[in-house]
Write a protein that binds this ligand. Structure first.
Ligand code: ADP
Ligand code: MG
Length: 276
């Protein structure tokens, strides 16, 4: 596959939506794998105690494995808890263990509790601009958030310059988005002025239903250019892949789901980081 040009500096992208089951994890791992296939160097940070992104990327995440928890709660350098994805060259992972479930509460009494993940990511020797980091730099850091607006997601929003919101093409798709966008505004006003909602991706799109196209139209009306042209179809291959410890990009690269995720990744890479 022809590689895409690399960005001048690491793009930190947060995949968030406080609703569960909308495709955050599926989008994180498949966009990450697709970006890696396009010649980008990508780090996935699993910030959900369930560790589903770790599973899909074939990375061990039982208790005791060096993980996001160690970096965020104990301040262990991120590079020390990062492992290479076994199947996908150019892709690295910080796994999440179930310990992370306690972090929401443990962080409450910690100094600068919203800034822990940001500090960890910015302290990684491969995060930064081409001038200071060089060829080894990560082009993308993708953060897979848990389905809540607690301290973990807040840490992600403070750490990221870009936010990607997956929206499921279903009834009530837009419900709860108001609350999410209010949180973004609050973070922008008080904690991270660089944050922008750069990317909206419509997932689990079923072309046979009028409902799905209605939802997609409504999302485009609301968000305009932020919405990727590519939508991700509902596909059994996409949902099967994690049970083999794989992304659909390796499990069935020719399937419609894989091809659409590749196209979505191409759009993200070619659009570039938003202007500040
Ligand atoms: P979240 O991380 O937002 O909770 P997931 O990515 O885990 O959501 O997706 C929820 C469920 O939907 C999972 O079982 C996943 O396999 C399935 N799923 C996600 N995207 C698709 C798709 N395009 N086609 C079919 N199933 C999907
Ligand atoms: Mg998830």
């Amino acid at each position: 596959r022809p590689p895409m040009p690399r960005p001048d500096r690491t793009r930190v992208m947060v995949v968030a939506n406080q609703k569960g089951g909308v495709g955050k994890t599926t989008t994180t791992v498949n966009v990450a794998a697709a970006l890696a296939q396009l010649g980008q160097r990508v780090l996935v940070v699993d910030l959900d105690p369930q560790g589903n992104a770790s599973t899909a990327l074939g990375v061990e995440h039982r208790r005791g494995v060096p993980s996001t928890y160690d970096a965020v709660v104990d301040g262990v350098p991120l590079a020390e808890v990062t492992t290479e994805c076994p199947d996908i060259p150019g892709l690295w992972v910080v796994p999440a263990t179930i310990d992370l479930a306690g972090a929401e509460i443990e962080l409450v009494s910690v100094v600068a509790r919203e800034n822990r993940l940001n500090k960890a990511i910015q302290g990684h020797p491969w995060v930064g601009g081409a001038d200071d980091v060089g060829e080894e730099r990560y082009d993308f850091v993708l953060v897979d958030c848990p389905p809540s607006l607690g301290l973990l997601t807040l840490n992600a929003l403070v750490a990221g310059a870009e936010m990607m919101i997956p929206i499921q093409a279903e009834y009530y798709a837009l419900e709860g988005l108001g609350q999410l966008l209010e949180t973004v505004e609050m973070v922008r006003a008080h904690l991270n002025p660089r944050l922008s909602v750069s990317t909206i991706l419509v997932t689990m799109y079923d072309a046979r239903t009028r409902l799905a196209s209605g939802v997609a139209d409504e999302v485009r009306e609301h968000f305009g250019d932020q919405v990727l042209k590519t939508t991700i179809p509902r596909s059994v291959r996409v949902s099967e892949a994690p049970s083999y410890g794989q992304t659909v990009m390796t499990y069935d690269p020719g399937s419609p789901g894989a091809l659409c995720y590749l196209e979505a990744a191409r759009e993200i890479a070619s659009k570039g980081a938003p202007d500040r």
